[in-house]
Write a new protein. Structure first.
Length: 403
């Protein structure tokens, strides 16, 4: 499908405007980066506490987020947990910024989340403990003190065993969340035991399943690996394009993609979006998408060199971009609409990820004809090879010889 027929736009004649636009975006992004003393990294990269919370039903994400903000921990992030094995796990991961290391940090993070959830969801009862947060020791102590089975001096061992059975039932059969203490009858607990537990415990609609610390050293290592992964991808693309076309094409394509990543990161700094592992995935997607669009244009340039042997190189490049313009509008336009809907309606969790894709598709499409192609033309002009190029075939691809 061709939206445009016989298009004759002088893209290379406007190259200076493209470079000016890119330079402006890079300078603004760099200025924001310097003013804010770096990018805003997520817990994946700077360390913190990760709290896994499971709910009895679908978790109220917006309510939880607002409640955490009201309790002074609004800088935390909430990520729903879902996979093929458990598509309705009703779990969320709440990430808190680093507040220390070791057991104290774990307990502090868990306590902060529990207090915020109880205050937000209103599930607490004065003078009672949360049954879903109680360990076997706390349950055994309550039963030993109340002695609902009238065991006397033999109460300790019997109630300790019963407490372990109750906790095993809660964590395995009810996946950590018991909403009604009457369900404990399935463990063999008598009505007297349940009544004793009801006097000291209440049941909430959630439970903290796990608490972990992501240390600053781990975050630093993840940052280093993210940079290396991106550089390895760019290096591999450079080698491929240099082998398939010429090294100058590979260098131009890699510079254009590097330009795309820098502009995207600059906009992340300006709008204060968080850099997380999902954003790194989006940036790598951007690298591949931009490179694909650039290769399409380069491939058309190579084909036209066979057909337009006596035309100046700048004319060949303009013709190639014009001939692929419809394809660019179809692929980039439809993809852009998809990620734009994701950005507008995907919610807070996907906001940074979708923002990277929205910006990346726009900048990546523009850089293919506005940065990569003009760089190749500028190289040919500098080398005095702006005149016609004759195509010769090699095993590695097409090589050019000036006439």
């Amino acid at each position: 499908m061709n939206f445009f027929k016989q298009v004759d736009l002088d893209w290379m004649g406007k190259a200076k405007y493209f470079f000016a636009l890119s330079l402006t975006l890079l300078l603004v992004g760099t200025a924001s980066w310097i003013a804010k003393k770096g990018l805003y990294y997520g817990i994946d990269f700077k360390g913190g506490t990760v709290v896994d919370v499971r709910f009895a039903g679908p978790p109220p994400i917006d309510t939880i987020r607002n409640g955490l903000a009201q309790q002074g921990i609004g800088n935390s992030t909430i990520v729903p947990v879902s996979d093929i094995a458990a598509p309705n796990s009703n779990e969320v991961l709440i990430n808190l910024e680093e507040k220390g290391q070791g057991a104290e940090a774990l307990d502090a993070g868990k306590t902060a989340i529990l207090n915020a959830l109880h205050a937000t969801l209103g599930s607490g009862e004065a003078g009672k403990q949360d049954f879903n947060a109680a360990g076997p020791g706390a349950i055994s102590d309550v039963l030993t003190r109340k002695d609902p089975l009238s065991l006397g001096t033999a109460a300790g061992d019997r109630y300790s065993q019963l407490a372990r059975q109750i906790v095993a039932f809660r964590d395995k059969d009810r996946r950590g969340v018991v909403t009604n203490l009457n369900d404990l009858s399935n463990t063999g607990a008598s009505s007297a035991v349940i009544a004793a537990l009801r006097d000291s415990f209440y049941t909430s609609d959630f439970a903290i399943i796990n608490v972990e610390i992501v240390g600053p050293k781990v975050g630093s290592e993840l940052r280093r690996q993210a940079v290396l992964v991106t550089l390895y991808a760019l290096g591999g693309m450079l080698v491929y394009i240099a082998f398939r076309f010429e090294w100058v094409y590979g260098a131009a394509a890699v510079l254009a993609v590097f330009h795309d990543v820098l502009i995207t990161l600059g906009l992340f700094s300006i709008f204060h979006f968080e850099i997380s592992l999902t954003v790194i995935a989006a940036l790598l997607t951007l690298v591949g998408y931009s490179m694909n669009d650039t290769i399409v244009i380069f491939d058309r340039i190579r084909e036209n060199m066979r057909l337009m042997r006596r035309e100046p190189f700048k004319v060949i490049v303009n013709r190639s971009i014009n001939q692929t313009l419809s394809r660019t509008i179809l692929t980039s336009g439809l993809t852009f609409l998809t990620v734009l809907v994701l950005f507008l309606m995907g919610g807070q969790v996907l906001r940074a990820f979708s923002f990277a894709l929205v910006v990346g598709i726009m900048v990546g499409t523009y850089s293919s004809f506005g940065i990569a192609a003009p760089l190749v033309v500028a190289w040919n002009q500098w080398r005095g090879q702006e005149a016609t190029a004759v195509v010769t075939g090699t095993a590695a691809g097409t090589k050019l010889r000036k006439t």
